[in-house]
Design a protein around this ligand. Structure first.
Ligand SMILES: C[S@@+](CC[C@H](N)C(=O)[O-])C[C@H]1O[C@@H](n2cnc3c(N)ncnc32)[C@H](O)[C@@H]1O
Length: 331
């Protein structure tokens, strides 16, 4: 045997990857990271605070040590700094509800072998069902992930110094971009176009943050809604391009070009793949999610965005990293 002989460890870790989703989702469901942060540090204390069995609490703690999210010091447990930042409820970057949502979605992956054979979803594609209740669960759970991208985009657009700008957010979901951008620029106004129940979620967030008077919602389908002409300084299309096919994206980009004032900017945020399809890992793997959930969607390459945006009438296109997403800025 040589040093280069592979071991099965990596493959076994991947085969059993669902254990991590399960342990993390269950721990989040019972607020274990939050209880740990608030001082409960033994299985017995966590069981009492979470209202679960001590055997269950110990099993979750063992699993969380195994996946590297908590640490053990002299018989007492505590969150790693990663878990303290991203898994404690109520923190701005908390992914706790997203961890629970992904555990719920895990079963849908068993359809992947059939979906791959057929080339698309076997049931109604999630993204093409009008007003799908799916979004009411997804949108609050993914909001925290847009915080870094919204912050990078505000810097790229120099929004803080931009004065009285008007913003259109297509498929704005939780309204997190509008919230961050209106906080960055007190003279800015934002309009979100989304389904009615989703706009109600965004309205709550903007009102809670005292920004509701500069925020307007338009209920409807972005495929058929009129975006207007030369109306906005900035348009945003975040995590939508991956649910659409090439023709759908060119069509929306063309109408977004028309709705921008001269010199206005379109920001597309999505998981963008290198032109040779060699990376990055996250966008490459995320393509499976779109095969499962959409008829035409996928993760698109930089060259595809350049091509579609030029066809839509944009002259300048630049790419800005906001891991695991990329911002595509077109003018
Ligand atoms: C993946 S979420 C992205 C939310 C937000 N832009 C973000 O980046 O956090 C997709 C959003 O698009 C909305 N959406 C999907 N298809 C739509 C359509 N045809 N018309 C209007 N909104 C739609 C969903 O309701 C949801 O809010």
């Amino acid at each position: 045997m040589t040093d280069t002989q592979p071991t099965p460890d990596g493959v076994l870790r991947l085969i059993n990857g669902y254990w991590a989703t399960g342990v993390l989702g269950a721990a989040a469901a019972h607020s274990l990271f939050t209880h740990l942060e608030n001082g409960a540090d033994t299985a017995a204390q966590l069981a009492t605070r979470a209202g679960i069995s001590e055997r269950g609490a110990q099993t979750l703690l063992d699993g969380l040590i195994g996946v590297g999210l908590i640490e053990l010091h002299q018989g007492r447990y505590r969150n790693t700094s990663e878990a303290a930042t991203y898994l404690v409820e109520g923190k701005p970057a908390s992914l706790s509800s997203f961890a629970q949502l992904k555990l719920k979605h895990m079963g849908s992956l068993t359809a992947l072998p059939e979906v791959v054979r057929a080339g698309g979803p076997m049931t109604d594609p999630t993204t093409e069902v009008a007003d799908n209740p799916h979004w009411e669960e997804v949108v609050p759970a993914i909001a925290a992930q847009s915080v870094p991208a919204a912050t990078v985009a505000a810097e790229v657009l120099s929004l803080a110094e931009a004065g009285e700008v008007s913003i259109l957010d297509v498929g704005g979901g939780s309204g997190i971009y509008s919230a961050i951008w209106l906080e960055t620029n007190p003279a800015a106004r934002a309009t979100q176009l989304d389904w009615e129940p989703i706009n109600a979620i965004a309205r709550r967030l903007l009102d809670e943050r005292g920004l509701g008077d500069r925020f307007t919602c338009v209920d409807g389908d972005f495929h058929s809604s009129d975006f207007g002409t030369a109306k906005y300084d900035v348009a945003l299309y975040s995590h939508i391009a991956h649910q659409e096919g090439p023709e759908g994206n060119i069509e929306v980009f063309t109408r977004l070009r028309d709705c921008l004032k001269p010199g206005g900017a379109l920001v597309v945020c999505d998981y963008v793949v290198d032109d040779d399809r060699g990376g990055p890992a996250f966008p490459l793997i995320f393509a499976s999610e779109m095969l499962l959930k959409s008829q035409q969607g996928g993760t698109w390459r930089q060259s595809e965005y350049r091509d579609w945006l030029r066809k839509a009438g944009f002259e300048e296109v630049s790419f800005h990293s906001a891991p695991p997403a990329t911002l595509v800025v077109a003018r």
